[in-house]
Design a protein around this ligand. Structure first.
Ligand code: GLV
Length: 387
């Protein structure tokens, strides 16, 4: 068992174990990948303020996200095709999250279905919704999430059409993988992955296959987003979905102060400041860079969460200190899952927790609620002067 001390260690093992097409899927941003890169490099621009001679006994990272107790304010983000990173990946990740005491968010584009995850776990998870042209299908999906006792609906607003990720097109990304000479050559080097996958509950999009008609290729994410996703999604439709759900709602994909105010006005329980991990509008600002402006715009009127770029507990701390009440990790848990299954997701959470706890202590804080802008050194022009 290798010594894992940080998320990058998990990523190295993940890269060796998982077929290239799924590694590339997770590890890509759209177009030039500028936003994907800046999501992480912008975190590095913020520095931490060291404080000394502060009693650091009795520290605690516990807090709440949308009123739900969390061991630390770090949820698992919805990630498509997680069940291709490891057999039964969504089930394993959900169980790791519930054992750790953080929320798990199941993607509409998951391999394991809503019902698979509900049967395999004991605590409610969150369900992420993409809106489709087929409104009956969307209603059925919402009903399935209600039946599974999901405790929040995460409506993604930034993917009515798919941002182009070059590698996915070149690799012919599909679930399950299509057996071309190059995928076969790569799969031959991933025996453990393949043997585990043979025993998986599912190898296709579990929320879709058997539930939607009229898709030309149900294994292709590109084909089915182009054919099914609703490009006419607007605030009126968002409001209808919120009413149809009737429970807690998180609106994900907010990157602009005006949109944040609109989401708050609709009564969302939280918004996620996000650029979809740099996978949609390449050229958009990083999430951490826009967070202060969004905090100024919405104040306390809505709970603010952040994703895109978090790879460490230090990153979590920076987002919290700038005002976020919660954060999400996507790639960081996927690396752990691909590297060593459920135990790897637990390891990713442990690494982030330890980093958050130790960093908090060295900043002179005992709990996450105490973190504020005071703990940070932010470059004077961090928000930028964009005309
Ligand atoms: C889907 O959510 C994706 O980013 O591929």
């Amino acid at each position: 068992m290798p010594v894992i001390t940080n998320i990058a260690d998990l990523k190295r093992i993940y890269e060796r174990r998982v077929p290239r097409m799924f590694y590339d899927y997770a590890e890509s941003g759209s177009w030039t990948e500028q936003t994907f890169r800046e999501n992480t490099s912008d975190f590095d621009q913020i520095r931490l303020r060291q404080r000394v001679a502060v009693d650091m006994t009795g520290r605690n990272t516990a807090s709440q996200m949308i009123g739900q107790d969390v061991a630390m304010p770090v949820a698992l983000a919805p990630v498509g095709l997680t069940g291709m990173q490891h057999a039964d990946g969504e089930m394993k990740a959900a169980r790791a999250a519930e054992e750790f005491g953080v929320p798990f968010t199941l993607s509409t584009m998951s391999i394991n279905s809503i019902e698979d995850v509900a049967d395999y776990t004991n605590k409610p998870f969150w369900f992420q919704l993409y809106t489709m042209k087929d409104t009956d299908y969307v209603s059925r999906l919402i009903q399935r999430a209600k039946d599974a006792k999901c405790s929040a609906l995460v409506i993604t607003l930034d993917l009515q059409i798919l941002g182009q990720r070059h590698k996915d097109l070149k690799n012919g990304l599909s679930a399950p993988p299509k057996l071309t000479p190059s995928t076969v050559a790569n799969l031959m080097t991933k025996w453990t992955w393949g043997l585990q996958m043979l025993r998986a509950h599912r190898r296709e999009f579990g929320n879709i296959v058997g539930h939607v008609d009229g898709i030309s290729d149900a294994s292709s994410l590109g084909a089915w987003t182009a054919e099914q996703f609703d490009p006419s999604l607007d605030w009126g439709k968002v409001e209808k979905l919120m009413n149809e759900w009737g429970g807690k709602v998180i609106l994900k994909g907010i990157l602009d102060a005006e949109d944040a105010k609109m989401a708050a006005k609709l009564g969302a329980d939280a918004i996620v400041v996000s650029n979809h991990g740099g996978r949609q509008l390449d050229g958009a600002l990083s999430s951490i860079r826009v967070l202060p402006e969004i905090m100024d715009a919405v104040g306390d009127s809505v709970e603010v969460h952040l994703d895109s770029g978090i790879r460490s507990g230090q990153d979590v701390l920076k987002a919290l200190a700038l005002g976020a009440k919660g954060t999400y990790v996507g790639r960081a848990f996927v690396y752990g899952l691909g590297a060593m299954g459920q135990a790897g997701v637990t390891k990713a959470l442990e690494v982030i927790h330890k980093e958050l706890d130790t960093t908090m202590a060295l900043c002179g804080e005992k709990n996450v609620a105490g973190l504020s802008r005071d703990n940070l050194l932010v470059p004077a022009d961090f928000g930028g002067r964009w005309a």
